[in-house]
Design a protein around this ligand. Sequence first.
Ligand code: SF4
Length: 525
Amino acid sequence: MDDRTENEPLAPKLDLTEPAQGSDRRAFMMRSALATAIVSLTGRPMAAFADAPAKAPPLDPRLEVVRTSKGPIMTTLEEFYKVGPGPSSSHTIGPMRITYDFYQRCTKLPADQLAQATAFRVNLFGSLSATGKGHGTERAALAGILGKEPATIDPAFLDGLRQKPDQVFSVTLGGKKFNASLKDIIYDKTKGDFPHPNTMTCHLMAGDKVLLEQEYYSVGGGFIEWKGYKPPKKGTPKYPYETMAQLIDYAKKNKLSLAQIAMANEIAVSGKSEADINAFLDKIIAAMRATVKTGLGAPMSVLPGPIKLKTKAHDVYVNAQKQEGTARKAIGLVSAYALAGSEENARGHLVITAPTGGSAGVMPAVVYSLGEGGVKLPEDKIRAGLLVGAMVGYLCKHRATLSAAEGGCQAEIGVASAMSAAMIAQAYDAPPQVAANAAEAALEHHLGMTCDPVAGYVQIPCIERCAFGAVKAWTGYLIATNEIPANHRVDFDSTVAAMAITAKEMNSKYKETSEGGLAVSVVLC
Ligand code: SF4
């Protein structure tokens, strides 16, 4: 428990003229020399040396992550694992979920009303209108209104729309057929008194007459709401917890695995049956496999954006298969799977938030390596692993953050790696303490990792970083399963606390602003 006051620094102010006590003088001198060289070569200061660390502003108490950070964890799988087209959960996944929801509502209208339908009309307002074009919002919105679900859409459909935007599609509602195209998605007012910056309205038209109308909001992270929205009621968790220590305690006392605890809580909180929860997990696993397979199969190409980054998953995959030596081959393949998933996100194809879009290559790579791309474990083991991985993610969200804007890359790739390490342990039926130790090790060795995407695109360092996150997950598991569990010195909860403290103290330049690190040192030609 941190009992310092708000204004009391957690660490002494850095003196950049002398090495700190106990630090490595040689490293300090090398960093100083590097900083001097950068200033002489580029005429601008190295970001880390430019000035003293900026104090990160305190979190706004109105933030959901702050308001829900007390009491037992209530997050559900469907809130956590979301599938949809990249690159933005609020500007692509959210709008597509909205139009898909509207399409579903339309299908439930009485037959006599559907018989009059002639067109859809979708109006985008505020930020959706201002920046939607760069995020492919209109393509995502059209796909949803055509009845395509974000989780299962074929990415080729969105690519085809980008290449041939004039395509016209036939929609069947009840017995009625009419046409739909990108012309039905309207970039409307960017400024106004909207209930939310990401507001949109959907209409089903009969000529000039409106048959059905609904106002929606894409409220971030792929979550959606609508006018009159009432949040679903949640049940009380069977095993209320806020720490990994509590989970281990429940497991010991009740002789349960972490996966059994996760399933019992999910049933209690969401009100769903075990069969429905398993069906959802299967959907997520299938989507993760699809992103890896599509990414591996895509020949080398140039990713969208100013970096003109060439993809490498396909080449790494082909060459890793020929690699001699089991360990080298395995590491090469896991890396290729992660590169594949992450490159798919960069292409604007399917992304699974586990926990975020930037880290979208990590868990899919591990899922693929546990199944057909590797050790071929039975499906129920992988499902159980995904449940435990989610619980690790919930704990990080609850006690620290999943947002790079708050905590840097440790909160994205670090958490994804920890979730994946616990998933591997559970999939191999390792005891709860081993799963906790594996997650701890994977997270510990990402602590302090900054977020510095070059040109603001989720490509450098993000794509390769996913590969390192996936390999570290396997390393975390392999150390945890081969050591004596009781000898593991650092506990998971302490490492999450360290991530929270590091997030708080991290210079704001390294929190998804593209103002520091690689974003500054890499020069785009
Ligand atoms: S560098 Fe930033 S954008 Fe890239 S994966 Fe890490 S947290 Fe996400």
